[in-house]
Design a protein around this ligand. Structure first.
Ligand code: HEC
Ligand code: HEC
Ligand code: HEC
Length: 88
């Protein structure tokens, strides 16, 4: 029982300061690659998450707006053209 607890704690510690996925891919149209870690390192969590970071729903409407593209436009950095996000 003790051994199991230690194993569980190690896993929890390993995952604690970061997040579940460094990179997300979406395959609705071609493949969109979202490098969560690179974005987080350069922008900070608060750029996208309010309060305690948690799951954000990524759908077409959001991605083409506030969740992704609006920031690329505003910052004049990051892809804004269809095929720069949707790679075949
Ligand atoms: C900033 C990156 C980005 C740009 C630029 C972008 N998209 Fe998207 N798009 C996404 C993401 C992320 C999704 C949601 C995930 C998914 O459905 O694959 C999405 C979803 C979609 C979908 C729905 C796919 C499905 O599930 O059926 C279509 C169609 C689409 N985009 C077309 C376009 C077109 C056309 C353009 C250019 C006018 C464009 N996108 C520009 C990121 C982008
Ligand atoms: C550029 C925007 C952006 C930044 C910056 C960002 N995130 Fe996220 N994060 C997202 C999006 C979008 C999702 C949801 C992706 C999905 O599920 O398709 C997400 C999901 C998450 C989740 C829930 C799922 C998981 O991976 O565990 C956590 C926790 C999380 N982020 C933590 C963080 C932390 C901590 C930071 C800062 C170190 C951070 N995020 C920075 C956009 C961002
Ligand atoms: C708060 C601002 C912000 C948000 C939100 C954001 N991005 Fe970005 N993204 C950037 C910036 C800034 C860059 C440019 C980084 C660079 O060139 O160093 C970038 C670059 C990218 C790149 C190009 C990466 C490369 O290797 O050149 C892709 C693809 C991308 N973003 C996809 C997404 C997707 C998909 C989402 C939504 C799930 C998203 N981004 C949300 C700011 C943002």
């Amino acid at each position: 029982m003790k051994k199991l607890l230690v194993a569980v704690m190690l896993v929890a510690f390993a995952a604690a300061p970061t997040f579940a996925a460094d990179v997300y891919t979406y395959t609705g149209k071609g493949t969109v690659t979202f490098d969560h870690k690179t974005h987080a390192d350069s922008l900070g969590c608060d750029a996208c998450h309010e309060g305690e970071p948690a799951k954000i729903e990524v759908d077409k409407k959001g991605a083409h707006g506030a969740t992704c593209k609006t920031c690329h436009k505003d910052q004049k950095a990051g892809p804004t053209k269809c095929n720069d996000c949707h790679v075949k």
